[in-house]
Design a protein around this ligand. Sequence first.
Ligand SMILES: [Zn+2]
Length: 105
Amino acid sequence: MMLLPRTRDPQVPFYEYTCSEPPGCEHCRDAFTELQRISDEPLARCPVCGSAIRRVVSAPNLVGSSASDLKPSNIEKAGFTQYRKIGKGVYEKSAGKGPGIISAD
Ligand SMILES: [Zn+2]
């Protein structure tokens, strides 16, 4: 996959996905990021192994200014929830509403 410089098309949001159907593959077992156009449907399947995946971070409205806008405080302000990986298949919420811990088990 070719990554375009973010400045070239500020309308391209980043979506982070993680496998929701263990064991997944090397690509989706850990969270991976997809560049998608706003008009694109969210991915439902890992493009590599076809396992079900879920979106971890949804921040299309935040992309386009600068990476610093992805600070947890801004994510929370915008009504999004952000998780960070704390272990194998385990994510801890770092911003926003939602369960404090997400586990793949
Ligand atoms: Zn996969």
